[in-house]
Design a binder for this molecule. Structure first.
Ligand code: COA
Length: 258
């Protein structure tokens, strides 16, 4: 049985982490499979948005698979974090196709880190989020110390990481950790409504915006310069011609996605 379920419908690639018996905990194999699935989706012109969720109604992802790493050495620990960041978490963040995390339950440790590597997070009311690593004697290793501070601010990151506590979906909304809150039943349809809004726009421009926004958080890059570059590049796309011509002709654009 595959660790990742995949289905493309109406230009949306649905990705489901499928280890419900282990609350969808991320082992190395699952990390590699999900990273590959995201890369493939990003290269598929039919896919305009990805929606990522967890199988079952209890967990999005309850963290890295503790049973896999609990006897690791220092070097193995470093390799686990490095290879995970390279194979999945950075791949998700850098995907030029937007990824919406549909947080349908526990998003803990690597699970919250995965949601934070996605571009947008929507949570159902039963969702609970946290970075409990210090309760295990370790720290977040899949980008959590960086992305939580970027998304919710340094103060909240300190608090959540030091206490190893969980926040409710409502609290997560208040601190900007999730973009929207919805019922469990409406979680996927809420993500789909957002996906529809995104898909009305130029996928080329959306991809360029992801690159420019990310540049502001990357070492050795200047976000403003990256923006100038990406802004200029947009003028060479067919989408730009269509978008601006449609405006002048007072009609809705039909973007070719090129
Ligand atoms: N790694 C490996 N297995 C995990 C896991 C993880 N991160 N999270 C849950 N599981 C497994 C449990 O071991 C259990 O497996 P088993 O039935 O073979 O014993 C199964 O998933 C169900 O979890 P269980 O703990 O029985 O569910 P619960 O409802 O009592 O508690 C949680 C839910 C999320 C509170 C609890 O599973 C938990 O604390 N998980 C670890 C969270 C964590 O620390 N993540 C960060 C890792 S760095």
């Amino acid at each position: 049985m595959s660790n990742i379920l995949q289905e493309t419908k109406n230009n949306i690639l649905y990705l489901t982490v499928n280890r419900p018996d282990k609350l969808n905990a991320l082992n190395r194999e699952t990390i590699a499979e999900l990273g590959e699935a995201i890369k493939k989706g990003d290269q598929d012109p039919e896919v305009k948005v990805m929606i990522l969720t967890g199988a079952g109604d209890k967990a999005f992802v309850a963290g890295a698979d503790i049973s896999e790493f609990y006897q690791y050495s220092v070097d193995e620990g470093k390799d686990l974090a490095k290879s995970g960041q390279e194979k999945l978490f950075n791949v998700a963040e850098k995907s030029s196709t937007p990824i919406i995390a549909a947080i349908n339950g526990f998003a803990l440790g690597g699970g919250l880190e995965l949601a934070m590597a996605c571009h947008i997070r929507i949570a159902s009311e039963n969702a609970r989020m946290g970075l409990p690593e210090v309760s295990l004697g370790v720290i977040p290793g899949y980008g959590g110390t960086q992305r939580l501070a970027q998304i919710a601010g340094k103060g909240k990151a300190f608090e959540m990481i030091f206490t190893a506590g969980m926040v409710s979906a409502e609290q997560a909304l208040e601190i900007g950790l999730v973009n929207q809150l919805t019922t469990q039943v409406e979680l996927i349809s809420t993500c789909e409504s957002l996906a529809m809004k995104i898909m009305k726009n130029s996928s080329v421009a959306v991809g360029a915006a992801i690159k420019a926004i990310n540049a502001g958080y990357e070492d050795g890059k200047n976000g403003f310069e990256a923006e100038i570059e990406a802004f200029g590049e947009s003028f060479g796309s067919e989408d730009f011609k269509e978008g601006t011509t449609a405006f002048v002709e007072k009609r809705k654009p039909d973007f070719p996605g090129k």
